[in-house]
Design a protein around this ligand. Structure first.
Ligand SMILES: [Zn+2]
Length: 294
């Protein structure tokens, strides 16, 4: 496998790709990494002759249901494995909840910044070394963000060009008091998956950005009765569920357009030189495998 692009999807994304005529699933394998086994990596290829592309796909939570929740995903194994496959750009698909009421359920957001509220996750490849002091002026790749923005514009989706993503530990949802705290801190949406993925990708000099579809209002943002048998026990009404379902169906189209756009731009972003300082100083060599301590 040697592919430039990868998609990291949440629950249901794999089925969508398979069912939407997105391409051919050529192969699937797990990769043994210094951090354990990665999730299954698929290679998709477009069937259309006019637009050639292939990409790798990895599912965070399992491919058929919700087999592993966010705190227990092996983020280091997944990111290491994608790097090993030659991936340079990663698009992450995720469905956070709304903190900022300027957003509506079903809207898309391209986060530009992140507050990491996770606890106890394995957040670096550089444990026990002196490297990894990486500036986070733009934690998400600006070039991918621009491409996603153009894709959403072209598909006429309701979207927001920036937003601050708060990443919580989970698997429990947040309390109303926690959501109030995140709002004061400047958080716009809350989920459990983008950290440490975004930081690990930068450590290995890969571009990473996310396209988020908003699934529900976070606790306390809207008054919602506790209702058994509904998503998150009543945090999403029927109208909102319809909107989210429609947004999710746009996933293949958004990804396709984003790839097309990215194929036309040269990597002018900062991501690929994240470790430049250490290379120039001679602390590390060009082979990224040697940077890592497991
Ligand atoms: Zn980049």
């Amino acid at each position: 496998m040697n592919d430039n692009f990868a998609v990291i999807g949440g629950s249901g994304a794999y089925e969508l790709l398979k069912n939407e005529g997105f391409g051919v699933d050529l192969e699937c394998r797990k990769i043994i990494t210094p951090f354990g086994e990665s999730a299954s990596i698929h290679r998709f290829k477009s069937e259309a002759k006019a637009s050639h592309y292939s990409f790798l796909f990895i599912s965070r939570h399992g491919e058929t249901g919700y087999e592993i929740s966010a705190p227990f995903v092996n983020y280091r194994a997944n990111i290491w494995a994608l790097k090993e496959c030659g991936v340079e750009r990663i698009i992450s698909w995720s469905g956070p909840g709304i903190i900022n009421k300027k957003y509506s359920v079903g809207d898309f957001v391209i986060p530009h910044d992140i507050i990491d509220e996770t606890r106890g996750r394995e957040y670096t490849f550089f444990g026990g070394t002196g490297i990894g002091f990486i500036r986070q002026s733009h934690p998400f790749c600006s070039e991918i963000r621009d491409a996603v923005s153009a894709a959403l514009e072209a598909t006429r989706e309701s979207y927001h060009n920036e937003g601050v993503y708060v990443c919580t530990q989970g698997p429990r949802l947040e309390t109303a008091a926690e959501i109030r705290k995140f709002r004061i801190l400047g958080g716009d949406m809350v989920g459990m998956t983008l950290a440490p993925e975004v930081f690990l990708s930068r450590e290995l000099e890969m571009c990473y950005a996310s396209v988020c579809y908003l699934t529900n209002y976070a606790e306390g943002v809207e008054d919602r009765d506790y209702t058994e048998g509904e998503l998150f026990e009543g945090m999403q009404n029927n109208h909102e569920r319809d909107r989210v379902d429609k947004s999710i169906l746009k996933f293949p189209e958004i990804i396709k357009r984003t790839f097309k756009r990215l194929a036309q731009v040269n990597k002018g972003c900062i991501c690929k030189n994240a470790m430049g300082r250490y290379k120039r100083r001679g602390d590390i060599g060009e082979d990224w495998h040697t940077w890592i301590r497991s």
